[in-house]
Design a protein around this ligand. Structure first.
Ligand code: IPE
Ligand code: IPE
Ligand code: MG
Length: 267
């Protein structure tokens, strides 16, 4: 994939984001409010994953990245960790056929070795079996951390060039990050009401539009996704420029200098 960076150039404007990244939060609270065990919320959360993946594919989103398990989630009670592991395993076993039917390519990012050999083997098999699908790339971030990603990229760079000195460019560094196959997300969504990044995609979210909703992940659906996309469409993405500069560059209007445009506007 051609390297593009939002700190360098303004990406093409789109009505529907090419890449959406989601922190799926609120499963536990969804279950608690129904006097159910937390795992019931995670189970319902898997259904939401199916619905949102389908909705994204139908809307023409090319990349959907879901935060399923953070590097800090190991600190949860052991019982919950092993139930989450179980759900991940079952999804890897059961969903591949459906993904192939729907043109979905699966990628897993994060350090999955601690989940055990069985999950590693299933993940490799699922990635391989769906590798040629073109409609939507679904990335599951599992035992992922934004800081881990930056550090593993740095380690790779030093391994490639142990005597490395001098400046490092984005062009060299970004391809070493785990999600080097996807453009930076245009839209980030966090369900569950918290307004934080929780060590998700730290590098990639530099100029991403951040959308926070109170809706708990098990209640999030195609309509809620549509609302988030409508909100995205109304944002003016400036990438450090001024509003006037963006209007000047818009393909709907001839590219004029700000001064020339103001002269025309005042005429
Ligand atoms: C998100 O829901 C799922 C994971 C982090 C695995 P939570 O389990 O964090 O739900 P809340 O935030 O406790 O409601
Ligand atoms: C973020 O949710 C991680 C995932 C959704 C996988 P958390 O529930 O772990 O985040 P914090 O602890 O509230 O920041
Ligand atoms: Mg949470």
């Amino acid at each position: 994939m051609k390297f593009t960076s939002t700190t360098r150039e303004i990406p093409e404007k789109r009505a529907v984001p090419r890449h959406i990244a989601i922190i799926m939060d609120g499963n536990g609270r969804w279950a608690k409010s129904r006097y159910l065990p937390r795992v019931a919320g995670h189970r319902r959360g898997v259904e939401t994953v199916r619905e949102v993946t389908r909705a994204c594919a139908e809307r023409g989103v090319e990349f959907l990245t879901l935060f399923a398990f953070s590097s800090e989630n190991w600190n949860r009670p052991q019982e919950e960790v092993s139930l989450l592991r179980e759900l991940f395993l079952r999804a890897l076993e059961q969903e591949v056929e459906k993904m192939n039917r729907n043109g979905i390519r699966l990628r897993i990012v994060g350090e999955i070795a601690p989940f055990g050999e069985k999950i590693c083997a299933l993940a490799a098999r699922a990635e391989e079996a769906t590798a040629s699908n073109k409609r939507l790339t679904l990335t599951i971030a599992a035992n992922y951390g934004g800081r881990w990603d930056i550090l593993q990229a740095l380690e790779k760079l030093l391994r490639q060039e142990p005597r490395r000195r001098g400046p490092v460019t984005e062009e060299e560094f970004a391809p070493l990050l785990a999600m080097n196959y996807a453009p930076e997300p245009e839209l980030f969504i966090r369900t569950g009401g918290e307004q934080r990044i929780s060590n998700f995609l730290l590098w990639h979210l530099a100029y991403t539009e951040l959308y926070f909703t109170q809706t708990l992940w098990p209640d999030f659906d195609a309509l809620a996704l549509e609302e988030a996309i409508a909100w995205f469409r109304a944002r003016e993405r400036r990438f450090g420029r001024t509003s006037e500069q963006l209007q000047d560059a818009s393909p709907a209007r001839p590219a004029l200098s700000g001064a020339a445009q103001r002269l025309i506007d005042s005429a």
